[in-house]
Design a protein around this ligand. Sequence first.
Ligand code: GTP
Ligand code: MG
Length: 473
Amino acid sequence: MNRKGSSSRDPDDERGLDGEPTAKRHRRSGDLGPERDRAWSGRRAAERAVLVGVVLQRDSRAVTEEHLDELELLARTAGAEPVGRLVQERSEINVRTFIGRGKVEELAELCKSTEANLVIFDDTLAPAQARNLESVLDRNVIDRTELILDIFARHARTREAKLQVELAQLQYMRPRLRRLWDHLSRQSGGIGTRGPGETQLEVDRRRVGEKIAHIKELLRDRRTVAETQRKGRGGAYAAALVGYTNAGKSSLLNALAGTDLLTEDKLFSTLDATTRRVPLPGGHEALLTDTVGFIRKLPHDLVASFRVTLEEINAADLLVHVADVTSPSLEAHIDTVNEVLGEILDGPRDTVIVFNKMDMLADRDDVARLQRHYPEAVFASARTGEGLDDLRQRVVDRLLRGSVELDLVVLRRHDRVLSYCYREGRVEAHEQREDGHQRLRVRFPPAAFRRLQRLHAGDFALDGAPATGGERT
Ligand SMILES: Nc1nc2c(ncn2[C@@H]2O[C@H](COP(=O)(O)OP(=O)(O)OP(=O)(O)O)[C@@H](O)[C@H]2O)c(=O)[nH]1
Ligand SMILES: [Mg+2]
């Protein structure tokens, strides 16, 4: 795919694009029986897709084109073949069909001339808009979210990831069931093919609702397991790799921890949070967790379904924000990641930014510019190992800077407070006082200290103010 080439495209040129035939796609449905399975997987082999973007007043045409470049990559990752593009400039969206009436006709023409059987909108469509468009175009119409869900479904490997994806799919599907039924009627074809009665729709809605509740319960159980695993990590300093999809998070974890996680030049290769121990200079070590990548226009409930990732990010002492230095949309990607983090974090977090793929950067002037903007950034390459020592040292600096040493007196619930301190912190001194209280000197990583305050408020008193920083012994 030629991402950069698109910038030289005549803005009004909505020609088709050449490409390879596509693989068959498989997707999971909400297990609602073979009929609806068929509806949900209505898009299959050799899907030829027309991509549609809208330039609203606050955006520029170039930005929309850039979003469509990314949508093209998403479409390919999902196994479809982009064969054409349509861009409309509008001051506001059309309530019925998202794009204007004339533009819908143009879109129908483009679908015909490119023999497209699928239309993908870059923006989220309301269920009714998708339905209206489908009935006019007589083709399946999906939006970016549905495309991302499709990719998630293809990439989910573990039970956890599969459950999370299924939850996200069902939540997306519930308000759109009527449309799925429409797909079905269109596929069965024939004049006078009637859609299902309202009653059947109601039954389906209820079944989807029940299924959602069931999966949430299963995920809750698994969450307890994940929490127990997290607790078993002791007082180790925890860092999470976060960043735009395809930035090289998994590759960095592999390079730092000597693991062999899947890395691919595709979007959303990783759907599971994986944690590994990483040795650091000075005998220190950190736990480093790989997480699901972010992308712009990522719907909130989709993010929320990746609960383990969110919890890992929230439990981390340090975020290692990985950015692909070769991306033409570097700054936009960084902003997107920061926005998503702002939504999911329960408070500010220590962050190190890593510009990855330095081996591919042709123009080293970019480095000087980035250094001015991000004076604390690390420039690295997971591929060649360049900059990794820098990154390790940076993590140690933060680890030392962020940890908290406390002198505390246990007032009540002794067993619990003591076991927390020994489990989550590094106990440097422990004595029994004459008044019967236990006195401890403990060093905590920042996240463990925050949890101590939350879980054991009132169970202990601080002897003097907490001392932060300093060398860990
Ligand atoms: N040239 C170069 N390529 C890299 C580097 N790091 C990663 N890549 C490539 O970039 C692609 C994406 O890498 P991943 O590690 O899968 O990226 P990720 O951030 O984990 O992506 P998702 O899990 O899909 O969100 C792969 O093809 C990697 O081989 C690097 O330092 N240099
Ligand atoms: Mg990955």
